[in-house]
Design a protein around this ligand. Structure first.
Ligand SMILES: Nc1ncnc2c1ncn2[C@@H]1O[C@H](COP(=O)(O)OP(=O)(O)OP(=O)(O)O)[C@@H](O)[C@H]1O
Ligand SMILES: [Mg+2]
Length: 312
């Protein structure tokens, strides 16, 4: 759906993006990760033509964006940024409706869309629609920023560190909301972060950038199992790799049939192996009872099951 073909962008003769080629399939969450200044934001801004390529081609659904009108292209793409960029003198509802207004949607459709999005992001319409950005907490403002990016029902969502300024708990809940929303609406999302844990949690595939180039483009599990070079290894944090991989794997994938009396302590089947390991360490036990959503005992997780089994 999105293809970059040998794309470069120079600033004053220096390449911020240096000959990158990339294909992002529709419905993916592609997360671009890398250290500060490696060209992540520049890559996003090339995609929505906030800046132009110095060389190379970008195609969306096979169409070269160089031939497309920048304003119209941007209306097809949601764009959420770290400091949210909300207009301070407009209400939340007005801020969210910017793109639908530009698209000349009928008033009733705009109102219904604002209502729907506020509810989707856990901001009740009655409480938030008429507030101004200065009356929101940072996390609420970021939710409004995400709602605004989704408002015109774009196929593509560009998100540049949208949760960057948040505390870990709010950040975790917004990440979960993004995954929940994505499981319902299937956008193509290009998400920039410098947080590798955020990348591992959200991504279908991760693009690791270093000095304007792509060093690796792979699934989270492959990245952990086969880092392309020392830079990717250091980004993953060598000592933490085992735990990071365990957090990508579900208890349900490793549990064994239940035999005899279930163990005293339980873990949910959809929890991660990392959570299971933590429970074992906390309770000082070597096995857990696995329970489904209804609380039924459905399996057994011995500590040995964490050591064996498929790594895919
Ligand atoms: N408008 C500009 N004019 C000149 N140089 C720029 C411009 N925009 C970006 N750069 C340079 O291009 C390089 C890449 O910048 P970019 O903003 O893409 O980095 P980034 O990966 O998003 O970093 P961060 O994690 O800090 O946001 C940097 O060296 C930056 O100084
Ligand atoms: Mg940036």
């Amino acid at each position: 759906m999105i293809e970059l073909d040998n794309v470069s962008r120079l600033f004053e003769g220096v390449a911020a993006v240096d000959g990158i080629s990339l294909r992002i399939d529709s419905g993916e969450i592609c997360v671009i990760v890398g250290t500060s200044g490696c060209g992540k934001s520049t890559t996003l801004r090339l995609l929505n033509k906030l800046i132009d390529c110095s060389s190379g081609d970008i195609r969306i659904d096979g169409q070269a964006i160089a031939q497309l009108d920048a304003q119209r292209l941007r209306r097809r793409m949601g764009y959420a940024i770290q400091n949210t960029g909300l207009f301070p003198h407009w209400t939340v509802a007005r801020n969210i409706s910017v793109v639908p207004r530009l698209l000349n949607w009928p008033t009733e459709r705009i109102e219904a869309r604002v209502h729907e999005l506020l509810e989707l992001l856990g901001l009740p319409h009655a409480d938030f629609a008429h507030k101004f950005p200065s009356q929101l907490s940072g996390g609420q403002a970021q939710r409004v920023g995400v709602a605004r990016a989704l408002a015109g029902d774009p196929d593509i969502l560009l998100m540049d560190e949208p949760f960057g300024a948040l505390d870990p708990i709010t950040r975790d809940s917004l990440q979960n909301e993004l995954l929940r929303i994505q499981s319902r609406i299937h956008k193509t999302i290009v998400f920039v972060t410098h947080d590798i844990d955020e990348a591992l949690k959200l991504a279908t595939r991760i693009v690791v950038m270093d000095q304007g180039r792509i060093v690796q483009h792979d699934t989270p599990v492959n990245l952990l199992n086969h880092p392309a070079n020392a830079f990717v290894e250091s980004l993953l944090g060598q000592g933490e790799r085992g735990l990071k991989r365990a957090s990508l794997q579900r208890v349900a994938e490793r549990m064994l049939p239940l035999q005899g009396t279930p163990p005293a302590f339980s873990v949910a089947a959809q929890d991660s192996l990392r959570q299971a390991l933590s429970l074992m360490l906390w309770h000082r036990v070597g096995e857990l009872c696995v329970r489904d959503n209804e609380g039924r005992a459905v399996g057994l997780l011995p500590i040995s099951a964490l050591l064996h089994g498929a790594t895919a």
